[in-house]
Write a protein that binds this ligand. Structure first.
Ligand SMILES: NC(=O)c1ccc[n+]([C@@H]2O[C@H](COP(=O)([O-])OP(=O)(O)OC[C@H]3O[C@@H](n4cnc5c(N)ncnc54)[C@H](OP(=O)(O)O)[C@@H]3O)[C@@H](O)[C@H]2O)c1
Length: 252
């Protein structure tokens, strides 16, 4: 049976829970949209959705995963937006460097930094022939700009992602201006990642008290709110090539 044309095509990593799950739902709420999720667990969405199972710690599996995307050529003829959201992320290891586990340190950099770069490379080649504009949104963090005690790998990976965003923006503006890449910090969002932070000891993370108070005072945003805002800002063309945005500072 012939598949209907797609206007909004999204590739989103880490859609099993938290911000990624909410992003997939918000993206699917757009008219004529299709979501490809790249996640470790089974799909939760039933329609206009393909889940490609992948552990992003294995970056050599990313290229073959992109080749498994099942979109027919005739479905792409009316595309206006093709979007990659590098959302999947890990905080572990949370500890001063001397207490960190080697394997977790390497995994942190692979999932938070290497995987988004490798996926962006394959997304570029996959999406280049499509009509319409293409976006890459790298989910960053306040920890990319300020050092946090116990988060050396996470902060380094997110700072690396910010710089990669700027370098790729320069490249896209010269090589193919139909691509826009930006970094977006979602603010403090009520997800499993925040729960992990609250469960740390002060020896692991010295600001655990502050994060406990944020939760108690209701200052954490629901993931659905952050996701809806991000998708709306993206559709409104508010993200510029090479920009870094903090959702808390934008009007939405
Ligand atoms: N929550 C916040 O306050 C906050 C603040 C700043 C930035 N962020 C960023 O926002 C993004 C989403 O975070 P979140 O708060 O929604 O965290 P979360 O609830 O912990 O969800 C993380 C997602 O990443 C996926 N993931 C982790 N490792 C993976 C791997 N090796 N392969 C494939 N998927 C993997 C998880 O999948 P599994 O279910 O398979 O583990 C899950 O879907 C992250 O990039 C994070 O750094 C969050």
């Amino acid at each position: 049976m012939e598949q209907p044309p797609i206007e909004h095509l999204f590739l989103i990593t880490g859609t099993t829970r938290g911000i990624g799950k909410a992003l997939a739902a918000s993206a699917l709420a757009l008219p004529n949209s299709f979501v490809v999720s790249l996640s470790r667990a089974a799909p939760f969405l039933k329609v206009n959705h393909q889940n490609i199972r992948i552990d992003l710690n294995h970056t050599d599996r990313i290229g073959p995963a992109v080749k498994r995307i099942q979109i027919e050529r005739q479905q792409t003829s009316r595309l206006t937006h093709t979007v990659l959201i590098n959302n999947a992320g890990v905080l572990d290891p949370i500890a001063p460097i001397g207490d960190c586990d080697d394997t977790l340190l390497a995994r942190n950099i692979r999932v938070n930094l290497t995987a988004p770069l490798v996926l962006t490379r394959h997304f570029f080649n996959f999406a280049r022939p499509f009509p319409g504009h293409k976006w890459i949104v790298n989910i960053t963090s306040g920890a990319s700009r300020a050092p946090y005690y116990g988060w050396s790998a996470y902060g380094a990976a997110k700072a690396g992602l910010d710089m990669a965003t700027r370098a790729m923006a320069m490249e896209f503006s010269r090589i193919d201006p139909t691509f826009t890449v930006c970094a977006v910090a979602p603010g403090t969002v009520d997800t499993a990642m925040q729960e992990k932070i609250r469960n740390c000891s002060v020896q692991q993370f010295d600001q655990v008290d502050k994060f406990l108070k944020l939760k108690e005072s209701g200052a954490l945003h629901p993931p659905e709110r952050a996701a809806t805002a991000l998708i709306r800002l993206l559709m409104d063309g508010r993200f510029k090539n090479g920009g870094r945005y903090d959702l808390r500072e934008l009007k939405w």
